[in-house]
Design a protein around this ligand. Structure first.
Ligand code: V47
Ligand code: SF4
Length: 672
């Protein structure tokens, strides 16, 4: 589908290069803006979004505070700022700022305070440092993202010190990171029209360069939809991209296919939609359609190949269009916000804030996975009692009923299991403590037969086990909606034969997947009329997968994917099962002797978050297995499915009946 859209587009050459990881030029960006083909551009941007951020959409539980509207600059696009002494001009005291934060603290337990204001002509440096230190004293766990680069330059000027020294003082007082505002459009032509008093774009970049050099992260923005040309938009993005390249610090984890790392100082890019009401630029506002806005997001994703996140600030875009933006390259929905004056004074009709359940619903309606983040893009875990705003009971990304104490989970080291266990492995003790997960919870790695024994002996609460093992052990309960299945080729359960299929007489069985072994017996008999002799084996030499005493061998898991297949006949068990039954092959399930609600929630949540992290998992696994990133990602994202639905349940039942009809259940039970 992506290929068809891209290849038929008038900008196919550019999109193909972007998808191949090539960096786009200013001319490319301008042509993208000129193209009418928003769907192809959006699809390409969404593909890149998927490579970098998977299906995750992040949001933050935050509170905005605008501490003063008094501003020396009076930008012509700004309806927020006031002159000192004006009728509704205000400047909060430090106590008032703290009281504002405190007013929602109990309900929200926000992780971020987002503080911006005007360039106040008299407030001294101590006002800002006192504000930060008081807020940190009251809300020590909260990250304070405050003061745009323009405000920082102003604070430094007022204190007659360099931006660097001011940043150091602000950081000492509690500054965590810097919001992306004040960038507008860097073009001097544009600035002379929309904000003639504001510092030049080069100085905005200098402040950010200094901050990043000090290890202070920031966001970056572009205010669009006024007098700027397409070229000026793209040049703005390229200037941000160049600074990001400059400030990268090793290591450089690959971003998308291009491999340019995302460790620079900019965490996210936020296109800000200009709101014209009550501004001096009212007449000059561009009449932009929804398509125009979506193109800005998509083209940002394609141009900014070294910035990890594209944020839809729903306050400015509107929640509905922001939702669509999540399919046009954006992966971050920003936050709960609570109170916002800058856009609302300029005519925004959006609500001032959204609750966590509202944000999650908006994100999940787009088919992506909502994950709470903190300002620095770490996943946030909440314990049962901490509560999200509007969500009594709180969550560990959704777990409200944690697994019972001393939960031990079994695990297999196979590629196809990774998305189910990836986040479980990473839940370090500190995070577990914060999330309310029990201290005794741990993962044990063992081969399938050992896991089956441990389950039967009650040594572990649950493990990924073959479907067939559950038929044999009727004491086991199955997690109702998680499985490892393939609806067609599976690539990792293969019968390799050195003779044509009709001449197979002896099959060596790698019984590390009981399901695969049982399925191939059923398939050979029902689909090919064969009743070969089966002998057990464990593969020793990956270069010689079929032992000398057999015609064929069943290979399971990573060895099946990696071994050479030249000159051999290959039967893919996923394909054969689909041909025989019309159903997906369900190879494994999570099972345990007592699948409590808490345990199921834990496994579901681990799957949900793991599936959102497929790019990261594929990167790690490709290095471990020596497979290409693309092959690993495709296998996890497209070949294997992890959802147990109606067809998978039907397939399990058909499998159980066939296994019984072939006498396999009794035979295995006796053998064990
Ligand atoms: O710098 C001012 C913009 C910015 C208007 O970093 C306007 O995550 C639209 O910094 N119409 C301040 N925009 C807001 C800001 C911000 C917002 C959201 C997220 C982040 C982040 C940062 O608002 C200003 C200016 O560029 N702005 N007036 C207006 N009429
Ligand atoms: Fe002042 Fe910022 Fe408004 Fe410009 S955008 S007038 S600097 S508050």
């Amino acid at each position: 589908m992506l290929d068809v859209m891209v290849n038929n587009s008038d900008v196919a050459d550019i999109l193909i290069r972007a998808l191949d990881g090539e960096r786009l030029t200013v001319d490319d960006g301008v042509r993208l803006f000129e193209s009418e083909d928003m769907f192809a551009i959006g699809a390409a941007a969404n593909e890149i979004r998927g490579r970098i951020n998977g299906k995750l959409t992040r949001y933050v539980v935050n509170r905005h505070i605008n501490y003063t509207d008094i501003c020396a600059n009076r930008c012509r696009f700004c309806a927020f700022s006031r002159s000192e002494g004006g009728p509704d001009a205000y400047a909060m005291t430090v106590d008032e700022v703290v009281a504002k934060a405190a007013s929602e603290w109990e309900q929200m337990k926000f992780t971020e305070l987002h503080i911006v204001g005007g360039l106040h002509p008299t407030l001294p440096l101590s006002y800002y440092t006192d504000m930060l230190s008081e807020l940190k004293r009251r809300f020590s766990s909260v990250h304070i993202q405050a003061f745009t680069a323009v405000e920082i330059a102003h604070i430094a000027d007022m204190a007659q010190m360099s931006a660097r020294d001011a940043l150091v003082k602000l950081r000492e007082a509690g500054l965590g990171s810097i919001p992306g505002g004040g960038a507008e459009v860097f073009s001097p032509r544009v600035r002379s029209i929309i904000c003639p008093e504001k510092m030049p774009g080069s100085e905005w970049l200098d402040v950010m360069r200094t901050a990043h050099g000090l290890g202070i992260k920031s966001n970056c923005t572009m205010l669009y939809g006024h007098v700027e040309t397409y070229r000026e938009r793209v040049e703005h993005m390229v200037a941000l991209r160049e600074l990001q390249d400059e400030t990268k610090t090793p290591p450089f984890p690959p971003l998308g296919k291009g491999g340019r790392g995302g460790c620079g100082g900019f965490m996210s890019f936020i296109p800000l939609r200009f709101h014209a009401k009550n501004t001096e630029l009212g007449d000059l506002a561009a009449a932009l359609s929804a398509q125009d806005h979506l193109k800005v997001y998509a083209i940002s994703r394609l141009m900014l190949d070294n910035i990890g996140h594209i944020k839809v600030f729903w306050i400015m875009l509107g929640p509905k269009l922001a939702q669509v933006g999540l399919s046009f390259g954006a992966d971050d929905f920003d936050g709960t916000v609570v109170e916002e004056k800058i856009t609302h004074r300029a005519g925004a009709t959006t609500p001032m804030g959204l609750t966590v359940p509202e944000i999650k619903r908006l994100i999940e309606e787009t088919g992506t996975i909502a994950v709470e983040r903190d300002t620095l893009y770490n996943e946030v875990t909440r314990n049962e009692h901490s509560g999200c705003w509007g969500e009594p009971g709180g969550c560990w990304g959704g777990i409200s009923n944690p697994a019972p104490a001393s939960t031990k989970l079994g695990c297999l080291p196979y590629l196809n299991v990774r998305p189910l266990v990836y986040t479980l492995e990473r839940a370090c003790p500190e995070r577990r403590r914060r999330s309310g997960l029990p201290e005794g919870w741990e993962l044990t790695y063992a081969p399938p037969s050992e896991l089956a024994r441990m389950l039967a002996a009650g040594e572990i609460a649950a493990a990924p086990v073959s479907s067939f093992a559950c038929f044999l052990n009727t004491d086991l309960e199955i997690c109702p909606d998680i499985c490892i299945a393939a609806d067609g080729p599976v690539r990792s359960v293969l019968l390799l034969s050195r003779v044509p299929v009709g001449r197979i007489e002896r099959v060596a069985l790698d019984t590390s997947s009981l399901s695969g072994a049982a399925m191939i017996r059923i398939i050979l008999q029902e689909a090919h009329g064969l009743r070969p002799e089966f002998v057990r084996f464990r593969m020793q030499d990956p270069l010689a997968p079929i032992p000398p005493h057999a015609d064929a061998a069943l290979l399971i898991g990573d060895p099946a994917m990696l071994c050479p297949k030249d000159g051999l006949v290959v039967l893919d068990v996923g394909v054969e099962w689909k041909n025989l039954t019309g159903l997906p092959a369900v190879f494994a399930v999570w099972a345990g002797r007592q699948m409590t609600g808490g345990l199921i929630s834990l496994l579901r949540e681990a799957k949900r978050v793991g599936l959102g992290l497929l790019p990261e998992i594929a990167r790690e696994e490709s290095a471990r297995l020596g497979l290409s990133y693309e092959a690993c990602h495709e296998y996890l994202a497209e070949v294997i499915s992890y959802d147990m639905g109606e067809r998978e349940r039907e397939s399990l039942e058909v499998f159980r009946q066939k296994a019984a009809a072939h006498g396999l259940l009794e035979r295995e039970a006796v053998r064990r």
